[in-house]
Design a protein around this ligand. Structure first.
Ligand code: NDP
Length: 301
């Protein structure tokens, strides 16, 4: 007897979906300006010279301009003091032309990141890291909350495959960071999934993952998740961004891989995000959507 053919795996590319989000943001921004005169404004604050952070900040600024926003960048010296950084945030909090403030992480090691994030006006905290926004998310007050951009982007990718209601689905999130793992679990729970959060102390991680209809990996370990961790037909969302060395003699010295071994897993999953080109591109689109939402709320819309 012939073996049943497995349905094609969907490669969940973030690019067209992010473009759709951005196109809505552009349209709604034009409408907001036309109706209220309010132009969404975003301020990105960066301290130090980390090349990856500089690149992220540049691309955020570029996207903001494309969306029709006002975009300002504050580049601070590596040696900036916590007081100076706080003073800048207080100025931006009071500036009515700025609706979104983003402090690029990581900050130099002498600065207490947690304290700095709490200095941002929660209404302008477009990263969704302020305690007020964390509280709103976990209590379900999502209408006025800023939802962290990466998990929000993951939810749109999941929705693309199985819709908004995850009733009856089991979801496993590997990683419990405040930036990705925990808000991701909250969003899945709100969408009615039955959620497990796994982390470095979880026993027998592969068998925990094999229970998942939806598996989200946000770990920071290159290609850790293998095919035998995946329930056949599961949706696999790979948040990881890891730079690994290429073999000697390769054209480029490094490449970017996710937390999931894509080649190994792609035939077991029903849908899987690539890295790069999956979750990463969604994150920036959701940042723009969060800034527009903050501007609309400020404009009373
Ligand atoms: P963190 O380092 O803050 O958290 C990593 C989590 O993974 C922790 O909860 C840790 O567990 C868990 N972990 C580490 N090792 C293991 C292991 N062997 N088994 C199981 N769990 C493990 O990372 P982030 O959440 O900030 O980021 C995760 C990944 O996502 C990174 O690769 C990052 O670059 C990427 N990222 C991508 C974004 C995008 O836009 N695509 C945005 C943000 C992050 P414990 O808590 O027990 O230590």
């Amino acid at each position: 007897m012939e073996a049943a053919l497995k349905a094609e795996t969907t490669i969940l590319s973030g690019k067209p979906i992010a473009e759709r989000v951005l196109s809505t943001v552009r349209q709604e921004t034009a409408d907001l300006i036309a109706k209220t005169g309010v132009q969404p404004g975003i301020a990105v604050v960066i301290a130090g010279t980390d090349p990856a952070s500089q690149l992220y900040v540049r691309s955020k600024g570029k996207r903001a301009i494309e969306c029709g926003f006002k975009s300002v960048e504050h580049k601070l010296d590596e040696t900036v003091s916590e007081e100076e950084l706080m003073a800048l945030l207080h100025t931006l909090n009071a500036d009515p032309s700025i609706h979104g403030i983003l402090v690029q992480l990581p900050l130099p090691s002498h600065i207490n990141e947690a304290r700095i994030i709490q200095e941002i006006d929660p209404a302008k905290d477009v990263d969704g890291f302020h305690l007020i926004n964390v509280g709103k998310l976990t209590t379900g007050m999502t209408e006025t909350a800023a939802i962290p951009c990466t998990p929000a982007g993951c939810m749109i990718l999941i929705e693309e495959v199985i819709g908004k209601d995850l009733s009856g689905k089991s979801a496993v999130v590997i990683g419990r960071s405040n930036i990705v793992g925990k808000p991701m679990a909250s969003l899945l729970l709100q969408a009615n999934a039955t959620v497990t959060i796994a982390h470095s102390r979880t026993k027998d991680l592969p068998s925990v993952c094999r229970q998942a209809d939806i598996l989200v990996a946000a770990v920071g370990r290159p290609e850790m998740v293998k095919a035998n961790w995946i329930k056949p037909g599961a949706i696999v969302i790979d948040v990881g961004i890891n730079r690994v060395a290429n073999p000697p003699g390769s054209e480029k010295p490094h490449r970017i891989v996710g937390d999931v071994d894509f080649e190994d897993c792609k035939d077991v999953a029903s849908a899987i995000t690539p890295v790069p080109g999956g979750v990463g591109v969604m994150t920036i689109a959701l940042l723009m959507a969060n800034t527009l939402k903050a501007a609309k709320i400020a404009a009373g819309k």
